[in-house]
Design a protein around this ligand. Structure first.
Ligand code: ADP
Ligand code: MG
Length: 687
């Protein structure tokens, strides 16, 4: 309980008077009460549901009735912080932030204001907690509560894991101090695995779990299984109507984002591309113009979205399968936040997974490769180059080391020499890798016509509020589709339907696998498997059969996935049968983006890059690694280093365009690296 200084104000009054809202949205009030009462909370609600209020309101209530000061808010992105602070200030609340984008002077002033009790909210980035003395400084004044926004970033299983978040578990107790300051973890994207991870890693104390609101009543999901070559056309169809815009198109690569934006611009749309390789000023311009309505369409990579609060996005189109249902759900969640009808069109096919698998293989080498490196290690400190020759893992050596290091299997000393770590790295690494594979498989399964799309997502997120079908997705309302077209069955198809139902009735009571059912019904009639799947989809949509995904691992640990078909209990009125017209390649020669995985970029090689520059960059990287006491690959990867050496960028923008180079690297080292490139890798004169 709180030491009552003043009687606790009524949350509803605070809602009206401080936030100007008439009523709570669903679940907000319950969460606010739990926090006011001092419980830890794990809050999982979709983007736009109003999670911020769930910590902002209780923070004010607690500050008023306890001696507590401001709420501490951990947030991963500068843009996100700036946006939140600005909104709070506009409401007349006292909010400040500390992050790398601000002058040291301003951050210091923010800290002082916090300690003097002159703030209601203080935002900061998680990496601040690593600054010696910072957590202790904050701990001098107990906060009203601690909120960890985008909390899924703490989990390896989450789709944008951030190592900086890992510190939180360790440092939060310092911030909580001796008092019982509640902690609330907020995220829009967490499966049950991630939820458990957040609770454990943040050391939440018997948290109240609130997982709600994933149902989006106004968002129609449409999923089109189609070859890559058809997609630009279908995307154009998806946003052709003025009512279908503003729209966000997610393209799988930067290059495609730019190409598609150009194509659409030629057709007269107000459109721009957005991706992480663009100069910050351009990114800001695009984001601003889209928010202000000057741009109708943004063609973006997944870099676009976090921190965007635009309520009237009418359509989100994916031009390839996202890497997980979590990512998909977050991205489609950006449509229709104003509650008016919106649509998300996913254009994908099984071949997209090939690209994801290619990246998975590259970013998560097989455990046996890591084992090879691990076995080569012992207590004698060794250089990476020495090991490289020894273990013969080629390009993968650095990745293997990084993964081993993350999981404790390798230690990297300040002089960058490597020794063997603990044995227990393999199991968690293998689990993580399997999880990534499973996410890809899940996403691919989503392509099939098996059931209501909303229900599939709700089940995935463990939101079991209600189980009714949405009534608006492509499964529930085929005729309302914007891209897919449904038609009545031909006579021949009617016969196929009968054959399938007959075979099902003859089969086992619990149903059959789709494969067996195919063999027992249409295979003999020369119908191909794809067409059979369309017939099955038609039956499922009409409520005549029930389809479910079954997954298990055999004794060798291999994943076996299949679709179970069972006869539907005949309740409810029969719905008409309709089939979707399949989207196939228009021209057989159609070469599309799906070939990407095979069409591997020819990576620059060490031999071709200018030697002096490579050496200079390596020296620079090593010095920085030693100075910051981190392994060299944390400064920049070999791939990025090689990219810089072979492209010799001459501006920050060009540097940012190098694969593997991020905004953060440019912010930190841009000037030094560009100077180094200008000198061709030689030492600086003044040094
Ligand atoms: P989330 O963090 O869950 O993505 P936000 O907290 O940013 O969502 O809220 C989304 C929008 O909803 C914001 O514009 C916010 O002002 C608004 N909002 C939140 N709660 C309410 C409410 N009770 N009544 C009306 N609008 C609300
Ligand atoms: Mg939020």
């Amino acid at each position: 309980m709180l030491p009552a200084v003043e009687p606790a104000p009524d949350p509803r009054t605070v809602l009206r008077e401080r936030f100007g809202f008439e009523a709570f949205r669903p679940h907000q009030e319950a969460v606010c009460r739990a926090l006011v009462d001092g419980h830890d909370v794990l809050l999982v609600m979709p983007t736009g549901a109003g999670k911020s209020l769930c910590y902002q309101l209780p923070a004010l209530v607690r500050a008023q009735c306890a001696t507590g000061g401001a709420a501490l808010v951990v947030s991963p992105l500068i843009a996100l912080m700036e946006d939140q602070v600005q909104k709070l200030v506009a409401r007349g609340l006292r909010a400040e932030r500390i992050h790398s984008g601000r002058a040291r002077e301003d951050s210091r002033a923010a800290c002082r204001a916090y300690l003097e009790g002159a703030l209601d909210f203080l935002f900061f980035a998680p990496e601040r907690l690593a600054v010696p003395g910072f957590p202790e400084l904050l701990a001098k004044r107990p906060p009203s509560l601690i909120a960890v926004d985008e909390a899924h970033c703490i989990s390896h299983w989450g789709h944008d894991f951030r190592p900086e978040y890992r510190m939180l578990g360790e440092r939060l107790p310092v911030l909580r101090g001796a008092s019982d300051v509640p902690v609330v973890a907020l995220t829009a994207t967490a499966t049950s695995v991630v939820q458990d991870d957040i609770a454990t890693l943040l050391r939440l104390r018997e948290p109240v779990r609130c997982i709600h609101g994933f149902r989006r009543h106004n968002l129609a999901l449409e999923v089109v299984d189609c070859p890559p070559a058809r997609r630009r056309l279908l995307a154009a169809k998806a946003i052709a109507d003025a009512d279908a815009r503003p729209a966000i198109l997610y393209a799988p690569t930067r290059k495609e984002a730019e190409e598609i934006a150009r194509e659409f611009a030629d057709e007269g749309l107000a459109v721009a591309a957005y991706h992480a390789g663009l100069p910050p000023a351009e990114r800001e311009r695009v984001q601003g113009a889209f928010a202000a309505g000057a741009l109708e369409v943004v063609v973006a990579t997944v870099a676009f979205g976090m921190g965007i609060d635009k309520a009237d996005v009418r359509t989100v189109v994916h031009l390839a399968l996202p890497s997980s249902l979590e990512a998909y759900s977050q991205e489609v969640g950006r449509a229709g936040r104003d509650g008016k009808p919106a649509r998300a069109v996913l254009l994908g096919s099984f071949v997209d997974n090939k690209m994801h698998e290619f990246f998975l293989e590259r970013d998560y080498p097989e455990p046996k490769q890591l084992r090879r490196l691990f076995t080569a290690l012992d207590d004698t400190p060794r250089e990476l180059d020495e090991l490289r020759g020894h273990v013969r893992l080629g390009e993968a050596t650095e990745k293997c080391l990084e993964k081993l290091w993350i999981h404790g299997g390798a230690l990297v000393a300040h002089d960058q020499r490597i020794t063997r770590g603990r044995d227990a790295w393999e199991e968690p690494y293998a689990r993580q890798r399997t999880h990534k594979e499973e996410q890809l498989a899940r996403m691919a399964r989503f392509l099939g016509d098996k059931g209501c799309r909303q229900l599939a997502l709700l089940a995935h997120f463990g939101d079991h509020d209600d189980r009714g079908p949405c009534g608006i997705c492509d499964f529930c309302a085929p005729d309302a589709c914007r891209v897919r077209s449904a038609r009545a069955l031909s006579n021949e198809e009617e016969q196929w339907v009968e054959a399938v139902l007959d075979a099902l009735a003859r089969g086992a009571r619990g149903g059959l696998s789709a494969g067996k059912l195919y063999q027992a019904s249409l295979e003999g009639r020369g119908v191909d498997r794809r067409t059979f799947d369309h017939v099955l989809g038609a039956l499922a949509r009409a409520g005549r059969v029930h389809l479910s995904d079954e997954v298990f691992r055999n004794e060798r640990g291999e994943r076996i996935a299949w679709t179970r078909v069972s006869a539907a209990l005949d309740d409810g009125p029969a719905r008409p049968l309709s089939v979707f017209v399949p989207e196939r390649d228009a021209a057989p020669s159609g070469r599309g983006s799906g070939g990407r995985a095979k069409k591997r970029r020819v990576d620059p090689t060490w031999d071709a890059a200018p030697k002096a520059l490579v050496e200079g960059l390596k020296r620079f990287r090593l010095d920085e690694a030693k100075r910051r006491k981190v392994p060299a690959f944390q400064i920049c990867s070999d791939r990025a280093l090689l990219g810089i050496a072979s492209s010799a960028p001459s501006s920050r923008d060009q540097l940012l365009g190098v694969h593997g180079v991020g905004a953060r690297f440019v912010e930190r080292y841009g000037d030094a690296v560009l100077a180094l490139v200008r000198r061709g890798g030689g030492e600086s004169e003044e040094a």
